[in-house]
Design a protein around this ligand. Structure first.
Ligand code: CP
Ligand code: NVA
Length: 310
């Protein structure tokens, strides 16, 4: 039976504390090792995750679905088109119903407000699988990937080049919580909105007009598409505005020697990043994508079962 007490949700990055992330990352290492050894680990036997997608996905769907199966549970895919959500059933009613039939819900939707309304009426944990404002599961995987390759991220510098979108906002929240710095460079008119990013202060990020200045001496350079899902009508204008915000080999050269390159994917080679960089020696994008599954398995274990140390 799903728990009756107030569930713990992961709606934005700062919903977990630094200690909780330390725990999730420790568990990720253990769970990933087991997976790589083909060792069965089924703590979520008979548990069900419902996944609601209002936008397209490859990685998020696959990583949650495969992850639940590998933990002994199952995942059910729903989308707006085929459910009553697409015909105007209130989110609050859907939350009441769905959370009586499953143990956790993952939602990919438009405004953050939708997922927050759902969570307020859910009896089980709700996980943000991307909203217009945030993508916390992505940054959890990115930070784990950084730790795998370079160790602790505390005190390090991340350069964000491009749109101040959901992924950028989440990097900024993570920087405040985990104590690292983000150098952001966006074209004029696309700057970070601190309130929308859910920031308490501005100590952990700095804006640079020139993307080369943002990348200088960075430990990690990262970017994302110029046009996010839901903003397709602005695509032509954005392609013009973002033209000079491309991560290329010159930009990687001004970063620290050995700097990493990350991209949440899907990527557009020749737009926000050159093929030379994303397919080059700095890039860890495939590890980053794979770690979506491993970190989310640890997150599911934590949200559903609490701290496990075995
Ligand atoms: N990075 C990411 O969330 O990918 P998908 O859109 O394929 O899920
Ligand atoms: N910023 C992108 C991320 C896709 C994973 C989008 O929202 O479309």
């Amino acid at each position: 039976m799903p728990p009756m007490s107030t569930p713990k949700h992961f709606l934005q990055f700062k919903d977990l504390t630094r200690e909780e992330f330390d725990h999730v990352f420790t568990r990720t290492r253990i769970i990933k090792d087991r997976y790589q050894r083909y060792e069965r680990y089924w703590p979520l036997t008979d548990r069900t995750l419902v996944m609601i997608f209002e936008k397209a996905s490859t990685r998020t769907r696959l990583s949650f679905e495969a992850g639940m199966q590998q933990l002994g549970g199952s995942a059910i895919y729903l989308n707006t088109r085929d459910t009553q959500l697409g015909r105007g059933e209130p989110v609050e009613d859907a939350a009441q119903v769905m959370s009586r039939m499953c143990d956790a819900v993952m939602i990919r939707t438009f405004e953050q407000e939708i997922i927050e309304r759902f969570a307020r009426h859910s009896r089980v944990p709700v996980i943000n699988g991307l909203t217009n404002e945030y993508h916390p599961c992505q940054i959890m995987a990115d930070i784990y990937t950084f730790i795998e390759h370079r160790g602790d991220i505390r005190g390090k510098t991340v350069a964000w080049i491009g749109d101040s979108n959901n992924v950028c906002n989440t990097w900024l929240q993570a920087a405040e919580l985990l104590d690292f710095n983000v150098h952001v460079s966006t074209p004029p008119g696309y700057e970070v909105e601190p309130e929308r990013a859910g920031l308490y202060g501005t100590d952990h990020y700095e804006h640079f007009g020139d993307p080369m200045d943002a990348a200088r001496n960075a430990d990690l350079v990262t970017t994302d598409v110029w046009t996010s899902m839901g903003f397709e009508a602005e695509n032509e204008e954005r392609c013009r505005d973002f033209h000079d915000w491309q991560v290329d080999a010159d930009m990687m050269r001004v970063a620290k020697p050995g700097a990493l390159f990350m991209h949440c994917l899907p990527a557009h080679r020749g737009e926000e990043v050159t093929a030379e960089v994303i397919d080059g020696p700095h890039s860890v994008v495939w590890d980053e994508a794979g770690n979506r599954m491993h970190t989310q398995k640890a997150l599911l274990e934590y949200l559903l079962l609490g701290r496990i140390d075995s």
